[in-house]
Design a protein. Structure first.
Length: 122
């Protein structure tokens, strides 16, 4: 059975989601402290609420504070985004994606040799 498609995150949503994935569970102030750039507290909370509506984040309430945690793992998101990019830009060909990376020197010949050895060992 195919998993439900995960929505793509905006830049701001991805930034906040990275912080949530990093801390795993956290209150608003912990998320704000983990965001890599200088973003206002209220902005982060707004983005967290949007992430909750999109089904990326849930919360549990302690007294009057919410502790947020990811519902979608970083790996699930990466897998879907990479799959979508490979399909949309490389004709669903992993080979075309790798060739693109090699042509732009994002992946070296040494990297490819190492990857090949790892694949052979699996």
């Amino acid at each position: 059975m195919k998993k439900a498609e995960i929505k793509e995150l905006t830049k701001a949503e991805e930034q906040v989601m990275q912080a949530i994935w990093k801390i795993e569970k956290g209150f608003a102030n912990e998320i704000v402290a983990s965001v890599e750039s200088d973003v206002a507290y209220n902005t982060v909370l707004t983005v967290v609420r949007i992430l909750e509506q999109k089904g990326f984040v849930a919360h549990e309430t302690f007294n009057r504070s919410n502790r947020y945690y990811p519902i979608v793992s970083r790996e699930e998101y990466m897998q879907q985004m990479l799959g979508r990019m490979t399909k949309n830009y490389f004709g669903a060909s992993a080979r075309a994606l790798v060739n693109f990376l090699v042509d732009r020197k994002e992946v070296s010949l040494e990297d490819l040799e190492s990857i090949t050895k790892e694949l052979e060992n699996r």
